[in-house]
Structure formats: C-alpha cells, structure tokens
Design a protein around this ligand. Structure first.
Ligand code: E4P
Length: 217
C-alpha cells in the first residue's frame, strides 16, 4: 500500500519523507490556501522533496481551461498528477490529459458509478472521500470496497486513492480492502505508531535499563 501525505505543508512533508513513509503527496485548493503560499511555488518545492506523484488541482470548471491548467501544472515537474473534479468536464479533461501521457487524479468521488466513469476516462487515480461520506452518516469504507470489487471485476488499472481519511482506523480498513493508496494528513499517519502497550512496555524496559545500568555505547 502506498502512503501519500495530504498536505501542502513543506516542513511536515520533509519530516515524514525522512522515514521513507512518503510515496506521494496530494494537495487541494483548501490545503494551498492553508499554506498561505503561491500554488506554483509551493508545488515546485514539494516536487523537489518527493519523487512520487504530487497531485495539484485545477481551478477551472470547463474542460478546455482544465486541460490548459493541467498542461501548465505538469511543466512544474515530471511527477505532477493533475487533479480534476469528478464532473463531466473533469472527465473530458481527464481523457485528454491522460491520452497525452500525464497522470490524472480524479477527485471528489462519492459513488461507485463516478469511479467507474473515471476509470473509463483513463484516470491514473480515483479519489473517493471516506470522511466526508461518514460525516453525513453514509459508509465511506463501503464505497472503497465497492470500487475495489468493480475495478477487479473488469481489470481497470486506475488506482484507488482513498482520501478524506480522518483516523488511523480508516487506514487499516483501507489496507484490509486493498485500496492501492491512502492519502492522509501527517498527524493521522503519525498516529498509526501509537499503542498504549508499546508505551507501557517501553516504560518498564527503561526502568530496568536504568536500575541494571545497561549500556551499549
Ligand atoms: C484528497 O485528495 C483531499 O485533499 C482530502 O483527502 C480531503 O480531505 P478532507 O475531507 O479531510 O478535507
């Protein structure tokens, strides 16, 4: 399973990257706004840190302008994935950009039918939003399972990029289902390491190290 980091915070990306946990990055207009930086400048900096796919989202709503924006975004670096919304125009832009050999991430997916359309339009990644479905009392994980089944039924190569991840449990559930990629905020990825028995066990070991005077270097 690949781990993408869902942020435009360069320092947080660099820190996680040191552990070898970063296979890619996803950004969106809200994350760019939060960074307070110019989209082209911050995306370029992220691409200089991470070698895997870095998703950068178009701002237009018509296919022609989305394609123009996508062509500009891919000039930033060879690892840009153009992010387009799951609208009819987004699908048209996806078709054009993927035919030109660019990676395309179709975002804001909330149904299996939408995911089916994105695969047929040649998307590299489909981004189903788990947390936002859970927020309205629907089952985000059920959507991941449905897309996995449908893509496997027909051998679609579009990768399931599980997005809008809010908890470490979302990540392990995605892994059980077989999502290809998860994208999560740095804090959620870091939360995966925590277990109270690890903390308790380490506390005892540290006490024994101290009382026995155990030393290695
Ligand atoms: C994915 O590409 C999106 O940027 C992101 O996962 C959205 O998450 P949110 O619903 O927590 O804003």
């Amino acid at each position: 399973m690949k781990f993408f980091v869902d942020t435009a915070d360069v320092a947080a990306i660099a820190e996680l990257n040191e552990t070898g946990m970063v296979d890619g990055v996803t950004t969106n207009p809200s994350l760019i706004k939060k960074s307070g930086r110019d989209i082209l400048e911050v995306t370029r900096e992220i691409c200089s840190i991470v070698s895997g796919p870095v998703s950068a989202e178009v701002t237009a709503t018509d296919a022609e302008t989305m394609v123009a924006e996508g062509r500009k975004l891919v000039e930033i670096a060879g690892n840009i994935a153009v992010k387009v919304p799951l609208t009819w125009d987004g699908l048209k832009a996806c078709k054009v950009l993927s035919a030109e050999g660019h990676m395309v991430n179709v975002t804001l997916c909330f149904s299996a039918n939408q995911a089916l359309l994105a695969a047929k339009a040649g998307a590299t990644f489909i981004s189903p939003f788990i947390g936002r479905l859970d927020d309205i009392n629907l089952d985000g994980m059920e959507l991941i399972q449905d897309i996995r089944t449908i893509y496997d039924n027909y051998g679609f190569e579009t990768q399931i990029l599980a997005a809008s991840i809010r908890t470490a449990n979302h990540i392990v559930d995605c892994a059980r289902i077989g999502a290809d990629v998860i994208t999560a905020p740095p804090a959620v990825i870091k939360a995966m390491v925590t277990h109270p028995l690890t903390d308790k066990g380490l506390e005892v070991f540290l006490a024994d190290i101290k009382s026995a005077g155990i030393k290695i270097v």
